[in-house]
Design a binder for this molecule. Sequence first.
Ligand code: DUC
Ligand code: ZN
Ligand code: ZN
Ligand code: ZN
Length: 466
Amino acid sequence: MSIRTLIRGGLVLTAADELHADVLIEDGRVAALAAHGSAAAESWTAERTIDASGKYVIPGGVDAHTHMELPFGGTAASDTFETGTRAAAWGGTTTIVDFAVQSRGQSLRQGLDTWYDKADGKCSIDYAFHMILSDVNEGTLKEMDHLVGEGITSFKLFMAYPGVFYSDDGQILRAMQRASGNGGLIMMHAENGIAIDVLVEQALARGETDPRHHGEVRKVLLEAEATHRAIQLARVAGSPLYVVHVSADEAVAELAAARDKGLPVFGETCPQYLFLSTDNLAEPDFQGAKYVCSTPLRPREHQAALWRGLRTDDLQVVSTDHCPFCFRGQKELGRGDFSKIPNGLPGVENRMDLLHQAVLDGHISRRRWIEIACASPARMFGLYPRKGTIAPGSDADIVLYDPHAEQVISAETHHMNVDYSAYEGKRITGRVDTVLSRGELVIDRREYTGRAGHGAFVHRSTCQYL
Ligand code: DUC
Ligand code: ZN
Ligand code: ZN
Ligand code: ZN
């Protein structure tokens, strides 16, 4: 059990409020908040007092999209649950929702048990799972109901990656119908993978093998088309829909149009689409491979629509899609053939900082920062108010954030198990100082004091926006 702790003198920020308050923590939970200097706050005693003056006191980040140890393209994502959750903590994230994978021919149970084993005893922070469906059949559909009861309340389907994760429209419709009956949330990778694979083949035949062609064949129109189709299928099934890693302005427009009709359609974007672009994919000497992910990076012009979507709530969540592959030995598998570059970017450590910088740059408000990074992902995936806020009864997952510290992002100093940073050299004002997970210090004034195995599996309820 964690000791009775008092966080004194900081500016407490939640998605709803900003107040100069002291926070009392007991038994791993927030016991009380009271105005700094008030009689109530002055009367509290604690075994440990943390001075938060000059700092923000914010809810620990909730990263609802990570892929620790994901097998992909003949290799596997380079962060384990141990290294990845430690890096997350360094970056002010205290909960991840990772993706358990059903491989073709497997039951959901087999896939899920594999992921329970990977994570068990390894995590520094709390974790939950979504389930990737790659084999939608009668058995899978029945198992979805059991998983919802087990706290796995969201299911990712792929319109991309034929032969691997891909589901056809009939399978998608069936899974959506099942979700509409059991309260599950369907998450969609919305890209027309059948058409993309034709364009990949044609590009390679023309000798277009560099990383930048990855961005060219995965066309904006094929993201927008798939987004539109997913929305229509969800309407037919009467199910809600969450579109992951939205990258293109036309896809945001599809979500906005659906939401204007009052449909339960939600969207996520990721820091890489907000801060990086096809310019990175075109970096010489195969360096562009570092930025190969799907959906792909887009021309810079798309960023304005993503920021606007975040401001207007047409997009509700920023997650990382953290899926790191080292440049050496992993990204290099695709030299001479961009389609063999493992897809994914590292970022679990950078999200809170990048979004704080976005506040300073005027893209979003301070409160919206907390909303899209903490509260909204917690609500979307049935974790609120246990996670995502600082309120009596919430888990004491709390970050002391120094809004004035200056840092430069670099692979030299990051904690992710990957040999490059997608944001190398980027200057950030603001930095995580101290992190508590259920009242225990994981980062103490920029020193790691956590331990693998502290992090526990979190049983989620269904989407709280419905
Ligand atoms: N996209 C990625 O970039 N990596 C993993 C899977 C995905 O959909
Ligand atoms: Zn995806
Ligand atoms: Zn992903
Ligand atoms: Zn400061």
